[in-house]
Design a protein around this ligand. Structure first.
Ligand SMILES: Cc1ncc(COP(=O)(O)O)c(C=O)c1O
Length: 360
């Protein structure tokens, strides 16, 4: 009997599966250790949490409510459940993480508020489609849930980034229709450095009402947050967080992660490193005829078409990536590559070398 090929262990320096596999970055780990010296007030009444609230206001240039959490799913579910009643719906794009990857958390937290799914394109939403769908739903009166919030992802689930003009147009359209705007910013920093704009410009100044802000994929151990820009949401958000079991008693350990994340532009530095590698990988494979990026590289994710045989070859050399459902043709193989701040630059030359050894 032929021997099965030995299983190849994926190598961390060649793994493109997810930015969640990154370690905690050194400054954030150092800040955690430095904060770990004595007892401190619980439930966010400590000095680090106090400092964090002021720092968040500097970063976003306005008054706000920041609620640190430890998962992005909790951030999205809390943010959205603060905005909707169970008989209202959340307008979003069909590939949104809140729809495809959160196990019904939004419905669970909101006592059943459903989604109204739009096709969009490459994870992006468009004002005309939103307007048409909202007006159509409202024309049905109580027979359809009432659209109440627009949720968009920046970076989108297909790795694209909304421009400021696109964001403003979406927020204006949503507000004219009486919708709140929620932004899933799990990769907010990657979008920021891609556009080279300020955090305020890409959120509150564009018209975003509530933001799920992620740091875990970009250097933190477990630090996500909801940031509400509208003061009327503050009380609801605080009660909902506690009821959902997300008010951490040792909140200071989340606060120090955020403070270190924002110190000396650490978050931008990490996101730039991740985005630059994605760009270099995209450029490296661009001349090849056996690989094709589905969308232009805008942040730190690429969606690459190539044969399963080539995928196997790469995996045998320690590369790894997720199989991804093709958005238009289920018969075509597609793979998601995600870069991250800790990935060494050598991955680009390693990949090219490995590809050059491949003969179909
Ligand atoms: C677009 C998006 N939103 C939110 C999340 C947060 O998910 P988690 O609950 O795993 O932190 C992720 C993580 O993969 C994501 O890609």
């Amino acid at each position: 009997m032929p021997k099965a090929p030995a299983a190849v262990t994926p190598r961390p320096d060649r793994a493109l599966t997810s930015d969640n596999i990154s370690p905690v970055s050194a400054p954030i780990m150092a800040a955690l250790i430095a904060a770990n010296h004595s007892a401190a007030a619980s439930y966010g009444a400590d000095d680090h949490s106090d400092k964090l609230n002021r720092r968040a206001q500097d970063i976003f240039e306005c008054d706000l409510t920041m609620v640190p959490l430890s998962t992005g799913t909790a951030a999205n579910a809390l943010a959205l459940s603060t905005l909707v009643e169970p008989f209202e719906c959340i307008v979003t794009q069909q590939s949104a993480h809140i729809v495809t990857d959160e196990c019904g958390a939004i419905g669970f937290y909101s006592a059943g508020a459903p989604f109204m799914l739009l096709n969009g394109q490459a994870g992006k939403l468009y004002p005309a489609e939103i307007k048409q769908a909202v007006q159509q739903a409202r024309s049905l009166g109580v027979h359809h849930t009432n659209p109440r919030v627009l949720s968009l992802s920046q970076v989108t689930e297909w790795g694209l980034v909304y421009s400021l003009d696109e964001l403003r147009a979406l927020c204006d359209c949503a507000h004219e229709l009486g919708l709140w705007v929620h932004m899933d910013g799990a990769r907010f920093a990657n979008a920021l450095v891609s556009l080279n704009v300020s955090p305020a410009e890409m959120s509150v100044k564009a018209g975003v009402d509530i933001l799920s802000l992620g740091a875990t994929k970009n250097g933190a151990m477990a630090a996500e947050a909801v940031i509400a820009f509208d003061p009327s949401l503050q009380q609801k958000l605080h009660y909902r967080r506690k009821r959902a079991g997300h008010l951490l008693s040792k909140m200071r350990y989340l606060a120090v992660q955020w403070l270190a994340y924002w110190q000396d532009d650490h978050w931008l530095h990490n996101a730039r490193a991740a985005n630059a590698l994605a760009q270099q990988l995209a450029e490296a494979i661009a001349p090849r005829t056996d690989m094709h990026c589905l969308y232009p590289c805008a942040a730190n994710e690429l969606f690459v078409e190539y044969s399963p045989a080539l995928a196997q070859h790469l995996r045998q050399h320690g590369f790894d990536f997720y199989d991804w459902p093709h958005p238009t043709d289920p018969t075509r193989a597609l793979w998601r590559w995600v870069t991250r701040f800790d990935l060494p630059a050598s991955i680009v030359t390693d990949l090219l070398e490995c590809l050059n050894q491949y003969h179909a």
